[in-house]
Design a protein around this ligand. Structure first.
Ligand code: GTP
Ligand code: SPV
Ligand code: MN
Length: 609
C-alpha cells in the first residue's frame, strides 16, 4: 500500500485518540492493501452516497420511489445466499471449549491461514471502518466493535441494523475496548480483474476467537456471514462473555402483550432460523382480540440479551436496531407490521423485481404475469422456478414497525414473564405446553428440534436438534451453555415461566393443524394467563397443556374441539420415538451434558411409564 494512493491516507487518526484502534486499522490496512480507507460517519448523506455507489456498481437496483421510497434491491451471487455453518469456526484455545457442536481449529493455525487469505484481499477496493455498538449505547451491556470491510453493501446494512458511525466512535473514546472484526468479500481487484455486482469467494471462513474477542470473516457478503455485529458479535462472542458475567445472549424475539385489564407482560421466544420469530414479534392481533383490548408491542425479532434486573425478573434488551427478516411468506395478511416496517428506507436482497420496479416474493400476493427473478432472469408463473430465493430478506429500520414498544431502546430493558421455545415439528409437539419448572424448561429448550430451513446452506426439511435455537450461534461448549442456563436459576429472584409451542404440526394429509400467524395471539393469551396464575393447566407427562374451555377459539373458521384436540394431543407412541431420537444428541454431548438434564430425561420416561 502506498500512502499516496488515496486522499484518505495517512489514516484519519484525528478522528479518534484510541491508539489501539488506530494501530489495528493501520496493521490491517497493511495486510489487506486497500486503495483507500473510509471511516464511516453513519450520516444519512453518507448512506445515500454509498447507495448511489452500489447502484453505479450494479449491486443495487433503485426501487420505484412512489412505492418504496429510498429503497433498493440487491441480487447476490447464487453461491452466497445464506449462512455457511460448515465454514463457521469457534477457535478457542482449547478444543473442549468449542465443544462437540462447533467446528474448531487451533487458533494460531487459523490465524496463519486467515492472514494468508487476507493478504492483499482488498487490493483495488476501499476499506471501510465501521465503529458499531450492539445494544443501546448507554446500556450496561452495550458491546462496542469496529468492523473493517471492503463491502459498501455491508456498510449500508449495518447502518440499519445497529448504532454506528461517529457517535459510536466518540463513545469508544480514547480508552474503551472494542471487538475487532475484519471482513473481506475475498475478491481483490488485481490487474486485469473486473469487478462484479456481488463479489465473493468460493472459499469462506467465518471465524471467532472467543478469548481474545475477535471476528475474522472471509469470502461472503451475505447476512450473518458479513454483518458481523449480528450473529458473530451479539451471539457467538456474547454467549462466551455472558457466561463469564452472569447474563445470557440468546436467539430470541422479545415482545410485549397487554391484556384488557391493562397488565403488560413481556415474553421472549427462541425459534430456529426461519421458524417464525419475526412473524410473532410483529404480530398484530386479529380484530376479535383488538376489540377486546389486547395490544402487542415489539422489542426485538432475532436476538435478546437477558440479565437479572432490579425488579428481580430477567430483563431483556434487543441489541439490534433493525430487522434482517425473511421475505417469502410475508404479506399484508400474514404480517402487516413487517409490511409497514419495510415500506421505505429498506434494502431487499434476493427477492424478485416487478415490471414497475416494485418487489415480489412467494406468499406476498397472486403471482404477477412477469417478473425478473432473484438471479436476474425473466420469470413467469409457469416457469417452474421460485421468483425469490427462499432465504431472501429485507433489511428495515426497527423504528418503522408500527407497534414498536416505547421501551425498545431503554437501557434497563423490559422485565420478562415467559420464555417460549419452539420449532418446525410436523408431528409429536403439541401447539403449546408448559414446563413444570425452570430445570424442566431448560430440558425442553436443550432437546428442542426443528426442520432445517434455507437460512443456512445444506439440506432443508429434516428434523435436527437445535437447542434453544442456538446450535449455529453458541460460541462455546454446548454442555457448558446448558449448565449456564441451569445456574441462572440461582441468580433470578422471579423466574420466568417456560413454554414450548409448535405452529407447524400437520394432519395426515400434510395440512397445518393450526392457522398460525395472527391467531398465535390466542396461544400467547393462554401463556400470559398461566404466568399470572389465573387458569389451571391440564397435566400430561410432558407438561401442562390448555383445557379447551380456557382457550379462546372464537372466530377461527371451523376450529372446533376436535381440531383443538388434534393440535394439542400428547401421543405416547410419538413421544417414545422422540426420546429415542434424542439419543444421538445426548451421545454427542455425553461428556459435557449436565447431570440435571440426564435426570430430566429419566423423569420424563418415568412419567410416561
Ligand atoms: P431468522 O430471521 O432466520 O432467525 O428467522 P425468524 O425466526 O425470524 O423467521 P421468520 O419469522 O421470518 O419465519 C418465516 C417463515 O416462517 C415463513 O416461511 C413463514 O411463512 C413461517 N411462519 C411464521 N409464522 C408462522 C405460523 O404461525 N404458522 C406457519 N405455518 N408458518 C409460519
Ligand atoms: C438467521 O439465520 O437466524 C438469521 C439470518 O437471522 S442471518 O443474519 O443471516 O444469520
Ligand atoms: Mn436469526
Amino acid at each position: 500500500m502506498t500512502s499516496g494512493s488515496t486522499q484518505e491516507m495517512p489514516l484519519k487518526s484525528s478522528l479518534t485518540e484510541n491508539q489501539s484502534l488506530v494501530t489495528w486499522v493501520e496493521e490491517m490496512a497493511e495486510l489487506c492493501k486497500p486503495d483507500q480507507i473510509h471511516w464511516i460517519d453513519g450520516s444519512d448523506g453518507e448512506w445515500s452516497q454509498l447507495c448511489n455507489l452500489l447502484v453505479a456498481q450494479g449491486t443495487f437496483t433503485p426501487l420505484n420511489p412512489a412505492k418504496h421510497p429510498n429503497s433498493f434491491l440487491a441480487r447476490s451471487n447464487p453461491s452466497d445466499v445464506a449462512r455457511v455453518e460448515d465454514r463457521t469456526f469457534i477457535c478457542s484455545l482449547r478444543e473442549s471449549d468449542a465443544g462437540a457442536t462447533n467446528n474448531w481449529s487451533p487458533p494460531e493455525m487459523m490465524r496463519k491461514t486467515l492472514t494468508e487469505k487476507f493478504d492483499g484481499s482488498m487490493v483495488g477496493r476501499t476499506m471501510y471502518v465501521i465503529p458499531f455498538c450492539m445494544g443501546p449505547i448507554d446500556s450496561p451491556l452495550a458491546m462496542f466493535g469496529v468492523q473493517l470491510t471492503d463491502s459498501p453493501y455491508v456498510c449500508v446494512n449495518m447502518k440499519i441494523m445497529c448504532h454506528m458511525g461517529t457517535k459510536v466512535l466518540n463513545a469508544i473514546g480514547p480508552n474503551r475496548s472494542f471487538v475487532p472484526c475484519l471482513h473481506s468479500v475475498g475478491m481483490p481487484l488485481k490487474e486485469g480483474v473486473r469487478d462484479v455486482a456481488w463479489p465473493c469467494n468460493d472459499e469462506k471462513y467465518i471465524v471467532h476467537f472467543p478469548e481474545s474477542r475477535e471476528v475474522w470473516s472471509y469470502g461472503s457478503g451475505y447476512g450473518g456471514n458479513a454483518l458481523l455485529g449480528k450473529k458473530c458479535v451479539a451471539l457467538r462472542l456474547a454467549t462466551a462473555i455472558s457466561r463469564d458475567q452472569g447474563w445470557m445472549a440468546e436467539h430470541m424475539l422479545i415482545m410485549g402483550l397487554e391484556s384488557p385489564d391493562g397488565i403488560k407482560s413481556y415474553l421472549t421466544a427462541a425459534f430456529p432460523s426461519q421458524c417464525g420469530k419475526t412473524n410473532l414479534a410483529m404480530l398484530i392481533p386479529p380484530e376479535h382480540y383488538t376489540k377486546r383490548g389486547w395490544k402487542t408491542t415489539l422489542v426485538g425479532d432475532d436476538i435478546a440479551w437477558l440479565w437479572p434486573g432490579e425488579t428481580g425478573k430477567l430483563h431483556a434488551i434487543n441489541p439490534e436496531t433493525g430487522f434482517f427478516g425473511v421475505a417469502p411468506g410475508t404479506s399484508w395478511h400474514s404480517n402487516p407490521g413487517a409490511m409497514e416496517a419495510m415500506a421505505s428506507n429498506t434494502i431487499f436482497t434476493n427477492v424478485a423485481l416487478t415490471d414497475d420496479h416494485s418487489v415480489w416474493w412467494e406468499g406476498l400476493s397472486d403471482p404477477p404475469s412477469h417478473l425478473i427473478d432473484w438471479t436476474g432472469k425473466d420469470w413467469t408463473p409457469d416457469c417452474g422456478r421460485p421468483a425469490a430465493h427462499p432465504n431472501s430478506r429485507f433489511t428495515a429500520p426497527a423504528g418503522q414497525c408500527p407497534n414498536i414498544d416505547p421501551a425498545w431502546q431503554d437501557p434497563q430493558g423490559v422485565p420478562i414473564d415467559a420464555i417460549v421455545f419452539g420449532g418446525r415439528r410436523p408431528s409429536t409437539m403439541p401447539l403449546v405446553f408448559q414446563a413444570f419448572d425452570w430445570t424442566h424448561g431448560v430440558f425442553l429448550g436443550a432437546t428442542q428440534g426443528s426442520e432445517t430451513t434455507a437460512a443456512a446452506t445444506g439440506a432443508v426439511g429434516h428434523v435436527r436438534r437445535d437447542p434453544m435455537a442456538m446450535l449455529p450461534f453458541c460460541g462455546y461448549n454446548m454442555g457448558d451453555y446448558f449448565a449456564h442456563w441451569l445456574n441462572m436459576r440461582k441468580l433470578i429472584r422471579q423466574l420466568p415461566r417456560i413454554f414450548h409451542v409448535n405452529w407447524f404440526r400437520k394432519n395426515e394429509s400434510g395440512k397445518f393443524l393450526w392457522p398460525g400467524f395472527r391467531e398465535n395471539v390466542r396461544v400467547l393469551e393462554w401463556i400470559v394467563k398461566r404466568c399470572q396464575g389465573r387458569i389451571a393447566g391440564h397435566e400430561t407427562p410432558i407438561g401442562w397443556t390448555p383445557h379447551f374451555v380456557d382457550f379462546d377459539t372464537d372466530g377461527i373458521d371451523g376450529f372446533d374441539e376436535s381440531q383443538f384436540d388434534a393440535a394439542m394431543a400428547f401421543r405416547q407412541n410419538e413421544w417414545l420415538a422422540e426420546i429415542t431420537s434424542q439419543n444421538d444428541f445426548f451421545l454427542k454431548l455425553y461428556h459435557d451434558m449436565p447431570k440435571e438434564l440426564l435426570c430430566q430425561r429419566e423423569l420424563l420416561m418415568a412419567r410416561m411409564a
